[in-house]
Write a protein that binds this ligand. Structure first.
Ligand code: ATP
Length: 673
């Protein structure tokens, strides 16, 4: 993206009435390109106007600043015109004179005729030729707002700043003016930043929507690219197939923020309570109710968090996306994560703002399976080759069969894709691979929305026991010993609370070690079955833990490797590098040219080593030997680019530099094929 405007790490601290500092916005970073229309949305009081005022130069950032076309701006100027909700026209001047006042002041060096031409051109632009000589009291609210816009545009600002420009108008006038502004911005390639509370207005007008978290210390929580075609008309936009997906993203972001506000009010605050050398004792840790959340449940039930001085609330999350948001927004202190999630959040996968995350513990290995619908089994599908024959029948159909997985950065997605590809099926081309939260897998299978899925337990056993699906492969058939769930937390959190971080790792490492021996597994199963965790009959949980694990319709002997907790707990560079290459292989992220640095920053190996030392757990040397997968492919961590180039269906063509704050550089480096 060519940089036009940069909001460079802006923070603003106000003094409250009691003289206390109030950090309204913290470390806001955003770049936009020329001609872009960006909306800022967020709950009341989150800091939208604070950011806009700093952009306009009416207010100064306490830290950071604004750079417009490479020049820092610190004062108001005609290059940034603000349009307010209250149009602030001078009542004793006509429409033409109000606009003329601005033009004559700012463009006074132009010849008089030229200034008149500009004034008339902008009156025409907003459709007010018939009212040019009327006074503000003689025209409607919508017309006054149009004068405000014409006045701002007439002096040809580099960027238009709009603070809820249509907030005071009735719905009909608002709709008309939105379309007018849309048309003007489209035709004249105007760059604009607009504050709005109206989701539909943001979707209609914007190229991107910046969503802000609640204050204090409000930040940019998410940036949504509005990929609806231009020029837009309200009715066409609303009927576009992507409209409700985009709308859903904004609405659910705002809902989550509302929920956080309520929770914060309940808990008064989530400010750190320190005790001894533990900087923050009160923690909220997120997890998903799957059997491999066992170390969290055990650490809580056996008092291991308390043993290391922590008062932990475990937060059962609805989906991996919600959990990731919880970490990004700071609602969660730490979380169970699918292996690729620390990388995904760090790299800003899916058009998100990059938020550096670290992982200090690998908590489980293996534990997933691929379940296919009973319907397919009845049609003779029983392995990869027969699945391909089934999929091939859809080649001339307008749609692809779909399979579920839980998150783009999960091993479920990456292993499923690898497995399909090894059988000659190209993900996204022959088979759609879609995100479904784990507890909804079975119902989606039953509804025939998907032909199968890759997920952890108990959702494979559940499908088998309910006779709606069969297990066609486990992850041992793809990569025996792969990392599955890891502990993830924000890097800034880790830096702020190093002793707390170590205490969390010690509690969870001890819990993981407890979960490993088979003789402890029954206790683990009964703990997981409790209502606050999986809330399930233990018969659904036991097969994934102590066998027999049912593969296909046959009773297969339980494989002790199926769900490992206390093995290889140190975060491994080569494993995360494999994940990174797979994410790049499928086009989920760019491949960073400085991948070694990215992986180095991702792994808090030192925290793991300290915890292991204190718990007297042996620390293995780093293993850089190639990873052998079950299909015969080998991943050499010493040459990931060559590995990426040789993978079937690889979409990787180029690398680009990754900056932890600014994200990926626009300039990409083509890689020799
Ligand atoms: N001059 C000030 N002194 C002290 N606090 C302030 C000042 N200006 C803003 N704030 C506080 O900073 C926070 C952000 O305010 P801001 O007006 O930017 O929010 P907003 O998102 O624009 O709200 P709204 O949508 O209601 O207009 C609020 O808590 C507000 O009370």
């Amino acid at each position: 993206m060519s940089k036009f405007l940069e909001i460079d790490h802006v923070s603003r601290v106000f003094k409250t009435n009691k003289g206390q500092p109030y950090v309204a916005v913290k470390d806001v970073y955003f770049e936009m390109k020329e001609g872009e229309f960006v909306s800022i949305i967020g709950h009341s009081g989150c800091g939208k106007s604070t950011v806009l005022n700093i952009l306009s130069g009416l207010d100064r950032a306490s830290e950071g600043g604004i750079v417009l076309e490479g020049r820092e701006v610190r004062e108001p100027g005609p290059d940034r015109m603000l349009v307010f909700q209250n149009h602030s026209l001078l009542p004793w001047l006509t429409v033409r004179q109000n606009i003329g006042l601005a033009v004559n002041r700012v463009l006074r060096d132009l010849p008089k005729e030229e200034r008149h031409r500009i004034i008339q051109e902008n009156i025409d632009l907003v459709g007010l030729s018939h009212a040019a000589d009327k006074y503000p009291r003689e025209i409607s609210g919508g017309m006054k707002q149009r004068v405000g816009i014409a006045r701002a545009l007439s002096i040809k600002p580099k960027i238009l700043l709009l603070d809820e420009p249509f907030g005071a108008l009735d719905a009909l006038t608002r709709g008309r003016l939105q379309e007018k502004l849309m048309q003007i911005c489209d035709e004249h390639k105007i760059s604009a930043v607009m504050i709005t509370h109206d989701v539909d207005e943001a979707l209609l007008l914007s190229d991107r929507i910046v969503m802000m978290t609640n204050g204090p210390e409000a930040k940019i929580g998410q940036v949504l690219t509005v990929d609806l075609p231009h020029p837009r008309k309200k009715l066409e936009a609303v009927n576009h197939p992507n409209y409700y997906r985009l709308r859903g993203e904004v609405v659910s972001f705002l809902d989550r923020q509302k929920q956080i506000k309520i929770e914060r009010a309940k808990n008064k605050s989530n400010a750190a309570i320190s005790l001894g050398n533990i900087e923050k004792t009160n923690l909220t840790i997120g997890y998903i109710p799957l059997t491999d959340c066992a170390p969290f449940a055990i650490a809580q039930e056996k008092g291991l968090f308390a043993k290391y001085g922590l008062d932990v609330t475990l937060s059962k999350e609805n989906s991996w996306n919600d959990l990731a948001e919880g970490i990004r927004e700071g609602r969660l202190d730490a979380a169970q994560m699918v292996t690729g999630m620390p990388l995904a959040i760090t790299l800003g996968m899916g058009n998100q703002i990059p938020v550096p995350v670290v992982t200090s513990l690998t908590m489980s290995r293996n534990g997933n399976a691929i379940t296919l619908s009973k319907r397919l089994q009845n049609e003779g599908v029983h392995d990869l080759a027969s699945l391909k024959a089934y999929i091939d029948k859809f080649q001339d159909e307008a749609y692809n069969p779909a399979m579920g997985m839980v998150h783009h950065a999960s091993m479920h997605n990456l292993l499923l894709r690898h497995w399909l590809a090894s059988g000659g099926m190209e993900p996204d081309k022959d088979v759609d691979v879609i995100v479904i939260p784990p507890p909804q897998m079975v119902s989606n299978l039953m509804a025939n929305n998907i032909i199968g899925y890759c997920v952890g337990e108990p959702w494979n056993v559940r499908a088998v026991n309910d006779n709606v699906g069969f297990v066609v492969a486990t992850d041992l058939d793809i990569w025996r010993g792969h990392p599955e769930k890891v502990l993830g937390l924000r890097k800034d959190w880790a830096e702020q609370y190093p002793n707390t971080h170590l205490a969390v790792v010690k509690a969870l490492l001890e819990a993981s070690q407890f979960c490993e021996p088979l003789e402890n597994r029954d206790e683990v199963v009964l703990t997981l079955a409790k209502p606050q965790y999986l809330n399930l009959d233990p018969t659904y949980i036991r097969p994934g833990f102590a066998g027999p694990y049912r593969v296909s319709t046959m009773e297969a002997k339980y494989d002790q490797d199926f769900c490992q907790f206390g093995v290889g707990n140190m975060p491994s560079r080569k494993e995360h590098l494999w994940v990174l290459t797979q994410m790049a292989r499928w086009g989920l992220v760019n491949f960073p040219e400085n991948y070694a640095e990215v992986i180095y920053n991702l792994l808090a190996t030192n925290v793991y080593q300290q915890a292991a030392k204190e718990l007297e757990i042996a620390i293995a040397d780093e293993d850089r030997s190639p990873i052998a997968l079950a299909d015969g492919s080998v991943f050499d961590p010493n040459d990931p680019i060559a590995a990426l180039q040789s993978m079937p269906y690889s979409r990787f063509t180029e690398t680009s530099y990754f900056d932890p704050v600014k994200g990926f550089a626009t300039k990409k480096v083509a890689v020799r094929q």
